[in-house]
Design a protein around this ligand. Structure first.
Ligand code: SF4
Length: 292
């Protein structure tokens, strides 16, 4: 039987894109799935994937608040998956996203880690190697640059603990039901058993802000003074890769206005690869709209 991996969070368009990856093999009901309460006693570590976006900020808040209440804040770690740069040195992610993620961890006093794919120097490199853009049916961006990185990090921390048995890890993500029908169907807690190269690990994926609305997410930020990325103030609704083929075209047009050099480089790649960035629209057209 093919075992699927859990999928760490991505800022945005990844949302719908990652859903199938979440359908990991269920081996037992999550400890407290019925009440949707995460069982800290049943896990050695809890990793929070943080892209630097608003949902990540709210997720770190929820996880740390609950962990603190349970007297187990020492189990929490925040992980940022670094997607690297383009050939010309432009960050694939929004500049400053990593720093925002770091601030989230610092606010709650938990360890912060940045990790990058061991196979790919950047998402750009992966895309150029593939010869096409990620899409709903080719989610190599998340599987290679996020899922695999999160899995390796769980193994890394598990090895540090020297348990002599598979580490039991919680993996918290900022997915919300409001974002898509696929996300709405996701359980808040899902126990998965994953095998891979090396140590076997048992992971419970946890969506602590699954039921929150966008407004509630911002409310948590306001009430708790949580740092958010300046791109939101510049009209972006979501924070993800600066150019994500799965993002809404309106967001891409705004991003192209804010990131003209990056979009020019992506548009050149689009022409070289002979593959449209999105089925519905090319990057050249997005850039034209951004300039009009
Ligand atoms: S391109 Fe980036 S933001 Fe879009 S789905 Fe892939 S990793 Fe996520």
């Amino acid at each position: 039987m093919t075992k699927k991996l859990f999928a760490p969070p991505c800022g945005t368009g990844c949302a719908a894109a990652q859903m199938e990856l979440f359908a990991a093999q269920a081996v037992a009901p999550a400890a407290s799935a019925a009440s949707a309460e995460f069982d800290f006693d049943a896990h050695e570590i809890v990793v929070v994937g943080d892209s630097g976006g608003k949902d990540s900020g709210a997720t770190v808040h929820e996880v740390c608040t609950q962990a603190d209440k349970a007297g187990q804040l020492d189990k929490v770690r925040v992980l940022h998956c670094d997607l690297g740069t383009t050939r010309r040195g432009h960050l694939v992610e929004w500049p400053g996203a990593l720093e925002v993620a770091r601030a989230h961890a610092a606010q709650y006093g938990v360890p912060f880690a940045v990790r990058r794919s061991k196979l790919w120097g950047s998402l750009w490199e992966r895309i150029r190697s593939h010869g096409n853009w990620p899409g709903h049916f080719a989610r190599f961006c998340t599987s290679d640059l996020k899922t695999a990185v999160g899995r390796d990090y769980v193994d890394e921390v598990g090895a540090e603990l020297r348990l002599g048995r598979p580490v039991r890890a919680g993996y918290a993500m900022g997915m919300r039901a409001e974002e898509s029908r696929a996300r709405a169907k996701k359980p808040v807690l899902e126990r998965n058993r994953m095998s891979g190269k090396g140590t076997l690990r048992v992971v419970t994926t946890w969506l602590p802000i699954h039921q929150l609305t966008t407004e509630q997410v911002w409310e948590i930020h306001r009430e708790n003074g949580i740092e958010s990325h300046e791109a939101y103030d510049q009209g972006m609704r979501r924070l993800s890769c600066r150019a994500c083929p799965l993002a809404h075209t309106d967001d891409l047009v705004r991003s192209a206005q804010l990131n003209p050099e990056l979009f020019d480089e992506y548009a050149e790649a689009e022409e070289e690869m002979g593959r449209p960035f999105k089925e519905s629209i090319t990057l050249r057209r997005i850039i034209e709209r951004a300039r009009s």
